[in-house]
Write a protein that binds this ligand. Structure first.
Ligand SMILES: C[S@@+](CC[C@H](N)C(=O)[O-])C[C@H]1O[C@@H](n2cnc3c(N)ncnc32)[C@H](O)[C@@H]1O
Length: 234
């Protein structure tokens, strides 16, 4: 395990928690969340052979557990919802918000689950946080171990470097390919630059789609990584 990297991540995310950088009440952020939610529905809807509510879902680097809440709203039962995060404060908040889900504070370099356990594994902005390549490789390998052969990784992460934040790295197609060799990778760019979205205010419902229509202004990839062309859960 990479002790220095663990300490660096703890410092960054403790700071982020204090800053409340991700403000859910901002109209631009609400549009961003709506756009992402629709994109996930389309991605999973097009691929699921097994009904979503029967899937077992693991969120790696789950933060406050919000994405697991999204799956629960769409019928996935709490006993099938699992979240792992390095930071105790994040897990504590997640447990308060979703007391019936299964949260574990742990380094995802070692996931405490049997192999072939999950239909869907969520990886939202975790790999861009992992500057240490060895840690990123270990986390990816563990995700592949616990993912069912018929399962899929639901991906959302930065595709550009962020000049205002040196604590993150871009997750380009090439990097994703290197971490998940042999997987079928389906990605599209999404999410208006947060610094633009944050300033849209009351006009967000109309201005967000216009600005987000410009590819250069979309710094994230969303997509599915799957071992086989068949659907997760089949
Ligand atoms: C940018 S946040 C994203 C949180 C959440 N996925 C979301 O999209 O809101 C990245 C999260 O990954 C967690 N994380 C970073 N490295 C980790 C590791 N090695 N094992 C488990 N969690 C880790 C951090 O503590 C943080 O909560």
């Amino acid at each position: 395990m990479s002790g220095d990297e663990i300490n660096r991540l703890r410092e960054i995310y403790t700071e982020a928690l204090r800053d409340r950088r991700w403000d859910v009440d901002n109209p631009g952020r609400q549009q961003m969340a709506k756009e992402r939610s629709k994109a996930i529905e389309t991605l999973l809807g097009a691929r699921l052979a097994r009904p979503l509510h029967e899937c077992r879902v693991l969120d790696v680097g789950c933060g406050y557990g919000n994405q697991l809440g999204w799956f629960n709203e769409r019928g996935v039962q709490p006993e099938n919802l699992f979240g792992v995060d390095l930071l105790a404060a994040h897990i504590e908040s997640a447990r308060k918000r979703y007391p019936t889900f299964n949260f574990m504070q742990s380094n995802a370099e070692q996931l405490n689950f049997p192999s072939d356990s999950f239909d869907i594994i969520v990886a939202f902005t975790i790999f861009s946080s992992l500057i240490d390549s060895r840690m990123a490789e270990n986390v990816a390998a563990e995700m592949l171990r616990v993912l069912k052969k018929s399962g899929a990784i639901l991906w959302y992460d930065l595709r550009y470097p962020n000049p205002r934040n040196s604590s993150v790295r871009a997750m380009t197609r090439r990097r994703i390919n290197c971490l998940f060799p042999g997987m079928a990778i389906q990605l599209k760019s999404i999410s208006l630059l947060p610094q633009l979205a944050d300033g849209l205010g009351a006009t967000a419902a109309t201005t967000y789609p216009l600005l987000a229509g410009i590819p250069l202004l979309r710094p994230h990839y969303i997509g599915l990584l799957s071992a086989t062309p068949s659907a997760p859960g089949s």
